[in-house]
Design a binder for this molecule. Structure first.
Ligand SMILES: [Zn+2]
Length: 197
């Protein structure tokens, strides 16, 4: 049974399911009001597989009210178009662990999220190397971060990574710089070996 966001039945636990606009009723679940004013499920009720109970007092929420339960959400990645599931466990971690606002939702698949994280770290490593040109560790940070981007499936120009390898080798870290240079070269070779497209 689907119904609109505004039609809130306090006797039913709700979760945002199917698509972003639908709320699906978990019809067998009854709630009772606790001393803190939040409704919670009565004891000993089972949720369908893949669902988790939510804890309203741990959430930051707006006019839509808190989440009572989390269920698997089918999503399409904004970047690569792959469909993925935003799981109940991830939602609980986002909204109750990291305390992100409950209006926030996942728009990228796990692979794209990983890649974006690696790209951000690479940009930070470049900045750190620029700020501390005499630090061998900072110089090594650039090829290290570039390798993380490559491992996450990203493609990028590697000239800066090689340049910072050379800086690090000149400053102190000759062996480590050589090792990273070899690893970067191996990636370049594998890209050349891969068929186009
Ligand atoms: Zn994606």
């Amino acid at each position: 049974v689907y119904y609109g966001k505004d039609a809130i039945d306090p006797r039913c636990a709700r979760y945002r399911g199917g698509s972003d606009d639908d709320w699906q009723e978990l019809s067998s679940v009854e709630l009772e009001r606790g001393p803190d004013g939040f409704d919670r499920p009565r004891q000993h009720q089972a949720l369908p597989e893949g669902f988790l109970w939510a804890e309203p007092s741990c959430q930051r929420f707006g006019m839509g009210g808190p989440r009572m339960a989390y269920g698997p959400l089918q999503k399409v990645c904004r970047t690569c178009g792959a469909s993925f599931v935003f799981t109940a466990e991830e939602q609980k971690r986002w909204y109750e662990g990291y305390r992100l606002h409950t209006d926030v939702t996942a728009v990228h698949c796990a692979r794209c999220r990983e890649l974006r994280r690696a790209q951000r770290a690479y940009a930070q490593a470049l900045e750190a190397a620029r700020l501390e040109p005499q630090s061998a560790q900072r110089q090594l940070g650039v090829p290290l971060a570039a390798l993380e981007v490559l491992r996450a499936g990203g493609r990028m120009a590697l000239d800066k990574a090689f340049t910072h390898c050379r800086h690090a080798a000149r400053l102190a870290e000759r062996d480590e710089a050589q090792r990273l240079r070899d690893e970067l070269r191996a990636y370049l070779a594998s890209f050349r070996a891969a068929p186009e497209g």
